[in-house]
Design a protein. Structure first.
Length: 343
């Protein structure tokens, strides 16, 4: 059994055209910039947005012809959308009850799921008395209580603070690992995607621009959006042996590549100098500091010049080199720190 779909949705000048197959037990994360079509895809799978064309099938059964309430789907919305006047138990019981289960049976199922997500003690609490993490778990329990074949998660951790997010991300991963159906998740957070998903699908302008496992996506980004997502400097040029010729200069690389190619390196691989360094490194150019911002324990320096780039340096280096916006610097990247691959 598997989920197979092609979603075509036309909205004025925007067109979503997305085709995927998702295996049972697999978690697929949809990523992309605002307006890429991620939420439209999720709503189309749920039956909340009609298709212009295409299909949605589970184990060969057409789902796109069914109304939302008849689809074997559970959905966790970004805002959770819990009923404020119902207890946690009755919120979870609502799904099974609406699918025809008895009141007593629905409440037994709800109690079981609240216990599974660690909220048996909050069964009688209304949403207004729950923390953000607790509300998220009630919403997940409500989605799973209908025994869905397809689980849809819309920014499931976006409403949580950083500390709660860390705890709930780990718990959600355990629940998804036990879920036998297919899961499709929308997120803007690369860490959520890397931790929770088995496969990442990047959408830009309504179409897929890259897909693969988290490690593959992080190692070989194919668009500027993906490069920013995983924190890499990315350029496209023409490869010849261990070099990639760009518009402004040629970068020596650690990999052999021929023809259209991408070359990428992390900001941590970039070294900055106020005077031209001795030894004439192979990848060396002059740049101008465009801005500085805190990035974890380091400072991220934005550079313009023949190549726009980002460099991560320590606060001590910023002070020692007197790095300020507008300052001219020499930029160096070791060939061994770069990665080149076919475009």
């Amino acid at each position: 059994m598997s989920l197979d779909f092609r979603l075509v949705v036309d909205r004025g000048a925007f067109r979503l055209d997305l085709a995927l197959a998702v295996a049972p037990g697999e978690v697929v994360a949809l990523l992309g910039p605002n307006g890429a079509g991620k939420s439209t895809a999720l709503r189309a799978l749920a039956g909340l947005t009609p298709l212009t064309d295409g299909h949605i099938r589970w184990d060969g059964r057409d789902l796109h012809t069914l109304p939302p309430e008849s689809r074997p789907t559970g959905m966790v919305f970004q805002e959770y959308l819990l009923f404020p006047h119902l207890s946690a138990l009755d919120n979870v019981a609502f799904g099974p009850r609406s699918h025809g289960a008895s009141r007593a049976g629905s409440r037994r199922t709800a109690a079981l799921w609240l216990e599974r997500v660690g909220l048996a003690g909050q069964a009688g609490e209304r949403p207004g008395r729950l923390s953000g993490g607790q509300a998220q778990r009630v919403a997940l329990a409500r989605a799973l209580a209908v025994d869905p074949s397809l689980l849809l998660l819309d920014e499931p951790l976006a409403a949580l603070d950083a500390h709660t997010r860390l705890e709930i991300r780990s718990a959600l991963r355990r629940h998804l690992a036990d879920f036998p159906g297919a899961t499709v998740m929308v997120t803007h957070d690369p860490l959520d995607a890397m931790v929770l998903a088995d496969r990442l699908v990047v959408i830009e302008g309504g179409t897929i621009v890259q897909e693969g496992g988290p490690a593959e996506i992080a190692r070989r980004p194919r668009t500027d959006y993906v490069a920013r997502l995983v924190g890499l400097n990315l350029y496209r040029g023409t490869g010849s042996d261990r070099a990639v010729k760009l518009e402004a200069l040629t970068l020596a690389t650690a990999d052999r590549v021929e023809g259209p190619a991408h070359v990428a390196f992390p900001p941590s691989a970039v070294a900055l100098y106020r005077t031209r360094p001795d030894g004439s490194p192979r990848n060396l150019w002059e740049g101008v500091i465009d801005g500085l911002e805190q990035h974890g324990d380091n400072i991220r320096v934005r550079l313009t010049g023949p190549l726009d780039a980002a460099a991560d340096v320590t606060p001590a280096a910023v002070a020692a080199l007197d790095l300020t916006p507008g300052a001219r610097v020499w930029v160096s990247v070791k060939a061994t720190e770069t990665r080149a691959y076919p475009a």
